[in-house]
Design a binder for this molecule. Structure first.
Ligand SMILES: Cc1cc2nc3c(=O)[nH]c(=O)nc-3n(C[C@H](O)[C@H](O)[C@H](O)COP(=O)(O)OP(=O)(O)OC[C@H]3O[C@@H](n4cnc5c(N)ncnc54)[C@H](O)[C@@H]3O)c2cc1C
Length: 614
């Protein structure tokens, strides 16, 4: 807390404030400078942008690349692909916008030094699959971060942003954000004309399979705490498709990726008895979703569904057949390198469990659900679309601006646009930044007003858990269970358990219904009430507390949306037991929500899905 426990308030004025320095945040920071040569551009990150975000360890493949220079794919193809995978529901305008721009971002990565793999015969980027290209990606994030660092006026690392600030001179306009330095404890007040939220999705809102000492062993980065949803939700931004949580089929316990195995090594899956099982569930799946099961490629959720059914029928575990492919030394090397470049933990798990994939077919499992806007799922904020191709009711201002003036988003933050991945998130950051610069320029000399009362009130709330702990700690002499405060880990485990049991986690085999969801909401409300009694031992725990606050709000949003959509649109991601079938007649639409922080009420509505690509 600084010398003698004092806490400084640091004021930062910016034209554009980028919250989160992951893929989308780095793209936004880079592009803000391109269009806003004289603007003050500030990027604020809770870790260090050098190795932060979901790409921190590196990646082995860039999963979104059209290859337009070689005529491989066109943006329209990608929209069709994402639409198919998401069972018909994507924002085609936003997806098209990313697809038409993403290649240029990948070319920049190469120019900045990212080693790309090339096909020795054609010289083209080595394809892993139709959309994926292979890279030597251990340094992917530092390379991208360097571009952002050079573009930013200032980068503030180690600042956990907790709340957005609103303009006092105009309703529904953002004016900055506040947070605290997780190392020094200093309070930071950022005043900005435009804010771009790029703070990643949410892991650890559902109980993970690995608990206790293994709780960090999740597929999604454990530090992704739903800030990208909570920050806009708190200020009344509309959210969309928050029920569309994602469940991943991955190698058991290490969650190593399976993409390269399926697509490049041509491995395949079998049940515990060495049988093919997906075809067995064709009729069952067709009864639930109709013709969607006949689409090619089979939507990701439906492949999960077949796996889950097979295991529930008592024929697990499901295994990846690696023994054949790994007899080829080249494929064996690629298989291992695939982990060493990005998920070292999987190689360690196999070593520790005596699994040599050359001799043993490793088990697969399904993860607990996560909330993301950039992977094979599309939860996030409802954003205005590009002027040249967004239908009129998807446009109310600047591209990627949310329903709050001056508040933009990219990557996991923005809803309706699945399959953007690392490259698409970076490209979307650039798209949002270009629009944000125009917004700032259009504001001209307009002055925004930040209320001192507001940020001082927030300061009290933000640091209160330290005080709760300091006072309450005296009531106990040992142990961690206190009569007057709740530790962040205790709150987190309570949240995870209730989401798991009532909102469709692993313990119910992803099953829920209206009765369970309503009970879940009651328990969430009780947890919310208890959040004023959080105790934080130090700054690290204070960060955990605010991460929990963000996870909690994101969880409530997920629960409300899941309750609102009365169908099972994505079997394999979750099931509404009281509405087991996909219902295109009533639910071929987006779900939208808006939270009113004054009343605590949520307003739900439907929005039409416009198909602009044939
Ligand atoms: C396990 C996994 C594997 C993947 N594999 C691939 C792959 O092989 N190929 C591919 O192309 N894509 C892959 N992706 C997708 C890719 O990583 C994401 O699409 C991309 O990182 C999303 O970008 P983002 O900026 O929205 O989020 P992130 O890159 O996660 O960045 C979010 C940033 O916000 C910061 N932040 C969060 N909260 C706050 C706060 N309150 N205050 C300040 N800062 C905050 C975080 O520290 C982080 O730096 C994978 C994703 C995961 C999770």
């Amino acid at each position: 807390m600084g010398l003698f426990g004092g806490r400084k308030t640091v004021f930062v004025d910016a034209d554009i404030l980028v919250i989160g320095g992951g893929m989308a945040g780095c793209g936004a920071t880079y592009e803000s400078r391109y269009w806003g040569r004289d603007l003050k551009i500030v990027c604020v990150e809770k870790a260090n942008i050098e190795r932060s975000g979901a790409v921190a360890q590196g990646l082995y493949a860039i999963n979104c690349y059209m290859g337009m220079q070689w005529g491989e794919n066109q943006p329209e193809d990608h929209v069709r692909y994402a639409r198919n995978d998401l069972m018909g529901l994507v924002r085609e305008d936003l997806g098209y916008d990313i697809a038409r721009h993403v290649d240029a971002s990948v070319h920049l990565f190469e120019e900045w030094g990212l080693p790309m793999m090339r096909d020795p015969k054609t010289g083209q980027y080595q394809r892993e699959g139709k959309w994926q290209i292979m890279i030597h990606g251990e340094s992917y994030k530092p390379i991208v971060a360097e571009a952002a660092r050079k573009a930013a006026t200032e980068v503030y690392n180690r600042i956990m942003v907790t709340h957005l600030l609103m303009d006092q001179s105009k309703a529904n306009r953002v004016a900055g954000a506040v947070g605290f330095n997780v190392r020094t404890g200093d309070y930071h007040v950022f005043r900005a004309k435009a804010v771009i939220v790029a703070a990643g999705g949410a892991s650890h809102i559902f109980k993970p399979r690995a608990v206790g000492e293994g709780m960090g062993r999740t597929w999604y980065a454990p530090w992704s705490s739903g800030s990208c949803y909570a920050l806009p939700i708190q200020v009344g931004a509309k959210m969309t498709q928050m029920e569309n949580r994602i469940v991943l089929t991955r190698f058991k316990d290490g969650y190593g990726p399976v993409g390269a195995y399926f697509l490049h090594l041509k491995t395949y899956t079998q049940n515990g008895y060495g049988e093919e099982y997906e075809k067995r569930w064709y009729e069952d799946t067709k009864a639930l979703v109709g013709d969607y099961v006949d689409h090619h490629p089979v939507p990701t959720c439906l492949r999960n569904h077949a796996l889950l059914k097979e295991v529930a029928a008592g024929r697990g575990p499901i295994r990846m057949v690696t023994k054949e492919a790994f007899q080829d030394p080249h494929k064996e090397t690629v298989g291992w390198e695939n982990f060493l470049g990005m998920t070292i933990g999987q190689a360690v798990v196999w070593a520790s469990q005596n699994i040599d994939p050359k001799h043993i077919n490793p088990e697969l499992t399904t993860s607990e659900p996560y909330v993301m806007g950039s992977h094979a799922t599309c939860s996030g904020a409802w954003a205005s679309g590009p002027e040249d191709c967004a239908p009129a009711d998807y446009q109310w201002g600047y591209n990627r601006m949310m329903t709050v003036d001056g508040l933009f988003g990219a990557g996991d933050t923005i809803g309706g646009t699945a399959h953007k991945f690392s490259s698409g998130s970076f490209a979307e950051g650039r798209i949002a930044a270009k629009a944000a610069v125009r917004y700032v320029n259009d504001l001209g000399k307009t002055q925004l007003q930040v209320s001192e009362q507001e940020y001082r009130d927030l300061e009290k709330v933000i640091y209160q858990p330290l005080e709760n702990y300091r006072v309450g700690r005296n009531e106990i002499v040992a142990g961690t269970v206190s009569p007057s405060y709740l530790l962040p880990i205790q709150g987190l485990q309570r949240l995870e358990q209730l989401m798991d049991e009532y909102v469709g986690g692993i313990s119910t085999n992803y099953m829920t219904n209206a009765v369970m969801l309503n009970r879940g909401l009651e328990l969430l409300t009780m947890l919310k009430e208890d959040m004023s009694s959080m105790g934080a031992e130090d700054l690290h725990q204070l960060q955990r507390t605010w991460e929990l606050q963000h996870r909690l709000l994101a969880s409530e949003s997920v629960t409300r949306h899941t309750l609102f959509r009365q169908e099972t649109r994505w079997p394999g991601y979750y099931y509404r037991g009281d509405h087991m079938k996909l219902d295109d007649e009533n639910w071929h639409c987006f779900t939208l929500s808006r939270y009113d922080r004054k009343t605590g009420e949520w307003a739900m509505e439907k929005a039409p899905v416009h198909h602009i690509i044939d």
